[in-house]
Design a protein around this ligand. Structure first.
Ligand code: ATP
Length: 386
């Protein structure tokens, strides 16, 4: 009985794990070509009701094209999209249960905030009283009640973004598509607005699909992320999966930063793998099994914050997961510092270290040109075969 309750709790937060749930948005073998160029290449994706799902990738990877096909503004070359079990092939944009919020916001400059929000409902012929109630409710949700009579040019960037959001949400779409929703905001406002967006989404329970090139934004906002590269998905997973368990070199490099080591598998044990790096004595011990043969060429990724630095040699010498180097560069960023450590073969390893004490109080980890000893836990390195 407890197991059942535990499963229900788990599935409430992670519906994609529930074998009995069917996806709300189902994308099957979807392709879009422009002439001889393939912008989206046979992608499959399931998104569940209430998710805040991000499509993340660099410029030109195909994320906006995918979003536009969901909205119905772009016709797929092949493949299918189902929303709430209905095939969207012959459904025009205005009849789809989706609404799109554009990066430019596209607010009507001559209309007040409340008129902007009410516009779509008026077009749909909704009764006046009903419109007034829904607009008021939306103004409360996006915290703009006191700005209801203002025009867009009398608002800040963040406030305009919230008007656009309210205007898209007031029509109660089942799915809201957001193309770089925070792109027009400066860094500080963007961070603050990310949390507002999450709160609003949670409050309304509407499925959000967000296109962004900003990995921090995707990590903060999303239930799950699809990392896109050249029209395909490199990996789909929770922010933790994608950061801690990247499956490809592309994902490991694109999300956060990673030190990459080229090597060969020496031993493949029942619950561990060892890898000797190319051109140095450094060897990795990785504490899980993997489907790789001995002597296979592989890559190992190691996140900068997983590396421990010491100015004194470790008490116990180990042939694995440790290396010596010299401090080549130090970058002080306030909350943490970046140390670049040069190894004997001139390879540079990047390390991040939180500045828990103020510099005068002895928090300096090491000085330029100082010899340091690096080590990391057996569960820190990530073995990559592609
Ligand atoms: P960005 O973040 O720069 O907007 P994106 O990932 O959203 O990038 P898309 O807009 O989906 O990229 O475009 C994917 C690729 O398809 C790009 O190389 C783009 O030049 C191409 N493309 C998009 N629309 C068209 C079109 N109408 N005709 C021809 N090529 C197009």
């Amino acid at each position: 009985m407890n197991t059942q309750t535990d499963n229900n709790n788990l599935f409430a937060d992670q519906p994609w794990l529930d074998p009995e749930r069917s996806p709300f948005v189902k994308i099957q073998s979807l392709t879009k070509t422009f002439g001889s160029f393939t912008a989206v290449s046979s992608v499959d994706l399931d998104i569940y009701e209430g998710e805040l799902f991000s499509l993340l990738g660099g410029s030109g990877c195909g994320k906006s094209t995918l979003l536009r096909m969901l909205a119905g503004f772009e016709t797929p070359t092949s493949g299918n999209i189902f929303i709430d079990d209905t095939d969207m092939s012959n459904v025009p944009p205005y009849q789809r249960p989706v609404n799109m919020m554009f990066q430019s916001y596209a607010l009507f400059p001559h209309m007040s905030v409340e008129q902007n929000i009410a516009y779509g409902l008026k077009q749909d012929g909704i009764a006046k009283n009903d419109i007034a109630e829904r607009v008021e409710n939306m103004l409360t949700i996006v915290q703009l009640t006191q700005f209801a009579k203002r025009k867009p040019h009398q608002l800040s960037g963040g406030q305009r973004q919230r008007v656009a959001l309210a205007r898209a949400l007031v029509k109660k779409p089942k799915v809201l598509l957001l193309d770089e929703p925070l792109g027009a905001l400066d860094k500080r406002l963007r961070e603050q607005t990310q949390f507002e967006l999450m709160n609003i989404q949670e409050q309304l329970g509407i499925t959000f699909i967000v296109v962004t090139h900003d990995q921090e934004e995707a990590m903060t906002l999303s239930t799950r992320i699809a990392v896109m590269d050249q029209g395909r998905f490199s990996q789909i997973g929770t922010p933790t999966d994608i950061y801690e368990y990247p499956e490809t070199r592309f994902v490991a490099n694109f999300i956060g930063s990673a030190n990459m080591f080229e090597g060969r598998v020496v031993e493949n044990g029942a619950d561990y793998v060892t890898v000797k790096t190319v051109g140095s004595d450094l060897s990795f011990y990785i504490d899980h099994s993997a489907a790789v043969r001995e002597n296979t060429a592989v890559w190992v990724a190691l996140r900068p914050e997983k590396i421990l630095v010491s100015a004194t040699p470790p008490e116990e010498q180990s042939q694995y997961n440790s290396v010596e180097g010299v401090v080549d560069d130090i970058g002080y960023l306030g909350n943490f510092s970046i140390y670049k450590i040069r190894l004997a073969n001139d390879k540079i390893i990047e390390i991040t270290h939180p500045n828990q004490s103020r510099p005068k109080h002895g928090s300096h980890l090491a000085q330029w040109e100082e010899k340091v000893y690096l080590r990391w836990a057996d569960h820190s390195p990530v073995l990559l075969t592609k």
